[in-house]
Design a protein around this ligand. Sequence first.
Ligand code: SF4
Length: 563
Amino acid sequence: MKKEKGGIRKKKKGRLSFALVYPNLYHVGMSSLGFQLVYSILNRRDEVVAERFFLPEEGEKLRSVESNLPLDKFHVIAFSISFENDYINVLKILNLGGIPLFSKERQNVPPLVIAGGITTFLNPEPLSPFIDFFILGEAEKCLDNVVDLLIDSLGKFSKKEDLLLFLAKNEESIYVPSFYDVEYNADGTIRSFYPNKKDLPERIKVAKDVPLRSVASSVIISHDTEFSDRILIELSRGCKRSCRFCAAGYVYRPPRFHNSSDLLNSIEESLKKTDNLGLLSASVCDVPNIKEILGFICEKGAKFSISSIRADFVDLEFLSYLKKSGQKKVTLGIEAGSERLRSLINKHLKEDQIINTAILVAKAELSIKLYFMIGLPKEEWQDIEEILRLIKLIKHNMIKESAPKGKVSGIRINISCFVPKPFTPFQWTAMDEVDSLKKKQKWLSKEIRKLGGIRVSFDVPKWAYIQALLSLGDRRVGNLLFLAFSFDGNWKKALKNSDINPDFFVYRNRSYDEILPWDFINHGIKKDYLKKEADLAFSYKQTEICPLIKGCKKCGVCYLFEY
Ligand code: SF4
């Protein structure tokens, strides 16, 4: 039995039933606010029941958390997917549930197998052979309509294809992969991508809750998650900063903020259930009146945790709230060691700002965690040396500040591998090679260890490669995914036994006029805008952050969503 409060139990009889699946362990899935949000949207409707499923632990059976039911007892099997490397678990879970893996093998409905979540509205194609339809975009905007349509139509159509056609014609954010054909050029690039049914759009408009209708927060408080015993609250959605490597910064445009009183009301409501909050935002520093909000939580004697923050935002007042809330460390996204690469990614962050923040953190007697990336486009060996130089400088300044007090602040470093993502200015760019990433990691690990007193962790380059393959691949990559599943998760064997060349998707620079596998998804972001941003990046020029002013047509999103 899981240690949690807030789970919803309803009788299935007479209701449309959803098996809501997070394709990873309970601990990971219950840390996802998006997953919890879908659970509450579905269950607040009386005609619907949603029960949760997770990847079972060793020796466990695949059963719903709420009623211990098997997967095939539900009308709809709905996957909520946040990470590409979980795709293989989608296949594992279907298999454990006795559900045929390929959509074309499942002609009898129910169950329908559907999917949503950020990776599906970046690029769902590698999963397309297995999924009946995707819901592209934000659940608040379209899920109620999908439920209405399912209630109307399940059991009314004798053929699954007719049911799917009815759904696709009545909800603009539904994407049925089998209704779209792809043709390829001799060199393997896409020649055309088009609907094979009448009256379906060439591009699918993503659902966005613009403006946000309410403050999203978790309904279940669980002990066994990354945010143990906390209620998660979304402070804002999207980000104004336009970091060029960050897909969330593009596909969650326009950035949306709540007014402070709505946020405070939601926080107050949550504090009636717990005194521990997890505050989520892609850009905490841009949340209006953030310090007042943190002060309010501290005044109530409650605790909060907060995601990583910008180094140019931190001041002693902000740090004092973190300390009062029981936080021991401050997490900063530095991303690149050199000014040159920080300009390339549009980070708008100078070295003196980083050092000043490190000094403030030491003054506040907190420890620091720094995020860096290796493998960025145009990276040279000198940029790797710059990471080390910057770490040394930070350490030196923090020791100078904290040593006289007899307590040296701790430093932790996380160095991840850059993976190019759809809908960013780097979507045309090749990933750095695995051997090159390993060499950089080896050198950094050795040199940072020599500094002493710094804990450093790295991504595993081979998993970054798989992530890139699943992020940038087209629907042919679905065959590779199936092979990897068949070889029990052994990707090396799968890649060796496939006639698809994975390097074609991972290590290839694409030309601007190439049709990309995800071009059919309409986020409103103009391709010309991304091209311009890519050109600026490669001449190390930064652009202003998203202005969020009425009538702005810069990237195209506010025009499409009439914001
Ligand atoms: S159109 Fe302008 S304001 Fe709207 S998201 Fe794009 S850059 Fe920001």
